[in-house]
Design a protein around this ligand. Structure first.
Ligand code: NCN
Ligand code: DMD
Length: 341
């Protein structure tokens, strides 16, 4: 559970720093939140860790993505060679980076890719269950193990990213099931499909939900019927981070849906999450609302990989730096009157 007392102490301390009370806005709240998570009065979020899980989706066969399934494996190789957006952004924030194959449809022959393949992609959930219960559990455990491994290496903030052609369809199905909202409200263009294809994507998801009737409160039932292997692993990694009191910086739509799945395993995990950005994908706003999180930035991004979280990370880091300011007494600055708010 959270260190509420330390949070209060940090709140009072921030009011002694040499600035008008409340003038650093959300940064003040971020410092208090991270202090409550970590139990530290001067928390550090560096170095951050970026853990990308990749997997394929049988539902891609329904023509719901703008790109072919092979792109998942091709992008995994690109991550391994440092050519993706998340590689460039990770370097920029001095992050520890790792990519895990938890369910890509082909074998990946690349040493730097962690091989934790649970299956060669999921089944097409338009017609059958996405995976077995055992595979859903295994994928969560992969994430839990890899999350712990990354934390063991010394990271102080976890960014969980993903790569998986078709995964906005999977994430939309999961979100519709968990939220009870209409698919039409939350479905979007993913990698960039046209309006007619969005209608088709919506119909595919609606039919699949009718077929499977997943239980909204049962994460293994959700993952088994309409889930994704990388989404399961992301949930597992978040559970590990929360247990270890490591702040989790959420990324976009798929990541935030994985976060919701994680809260279905353990509702306390939500207290360790910080929302980074708001993706263009319409379901993202809904998923963030369900977690009761306000994003730090809106940059019209819709890439995934952990990229939005990496972009927002310096803001979180800046909030921790704020705590190193002088206080009114140490800095010889006069305090204001009692008339301020
Ligand atoms: O993070 C997001 O909000 C986001 C929004 C749209 C697309 N993506 C990425 O694009 C891929 C899924 O898109 P799609 O159209 O194949 O379902 C997957 O690899 C995600 O990382 C990610
Ligand atoms: C090229 C490409 C890169 C990605 N990164 C995350 N999802 C992606 C989807 C595509 C198509």
């Amino acid at each position: 559970m959270l260190y509420k007392q330390i949070g209060e102490e940090v709140r009072n301390y921030i009011d002694q720093l040499t600035k008008p009370r409340g003038s650093l806005g959300r940064l003040e709240e971020l410092a208090i939140e991270v202090a409550k998570m970590t139990g530290e009065r001067f928390p550090r979020v560096t170095p951050p860790g970026v853990l990308v899980f990749a997997a394929d989706h049988g539902i891609a066969k329904e023509g719901v993505s703008a790109y072919p399934q092979e792109v998942t494996a091709q992008m995994v190789l690109n991550f391994a060679r440092g050519g993706a957006a998340i590689n460039v952004f990770s370097k920029q924030i001095d992050a520890t980076f790792a990519v895990v194959d938890v369910g890509v449809a082909v074998d990946i022959h690349e040493e730097s890719v962690i091989n934790e393949k649970v299956a060669y992609g999921t089944n097409n959930f338009a017609y059958e269950k996405a995976m077995t219960k055992e595979d859903a559990e295994r994928a969560v455990q992969v994430g839990y193990r890899q999350g712990n491994r990354m934390i063991d290496s010394g990271i102080r903030c976890l960014i969980v990213g993903e790569m998986g052609i078709g995964n906005t369809t999977t994430a939309s199905a999961l979100l519709a099931a968990m939220s009870g909202r209409h698919v039409a409200e939350l479905v979007g263009k993913g990698t960039g499909i046209h309006n007619e294809a969005v209608k088709h994507k919506r119909a595919v998801i609606e039919r699949a939900l009718m077929l499977h009737q997943p239980k909204a409160s049962d994460p293994i039932d959700l993952l088994t019927k309409i889930g994704g292997l990388e989404i399961a692993a992301m949930a597992g990694a978040m559970i590990a981070a929360a247990e270890r009191r490591i702040p989790i910086l959420l990324d976009g739509f798929i990541c935030t849906v994985a976060a919701l799945v994680a809260t279905r395993f353990d509702e306390d995990v939500v207290h360790y999450m910080i929302a980074s950005h708001e993706s263009v994908e319409p379901g993202h706003r809904i998923a963030l609302q369900l977690l009761n999180k306000e994003p730090l930035v809106r940059l019209h991004m819709r890439l995934g990989e952990g990229s939005g979280a990496a972009v927002a990370f310096p803001i979180v880091n800046m909030a921790m730096a704020m705590l190193r300011m002088a206080t009114f007494s140490s800095g010889n600055v006069s305090t204001g009157s009692d008339h301020h708010e």
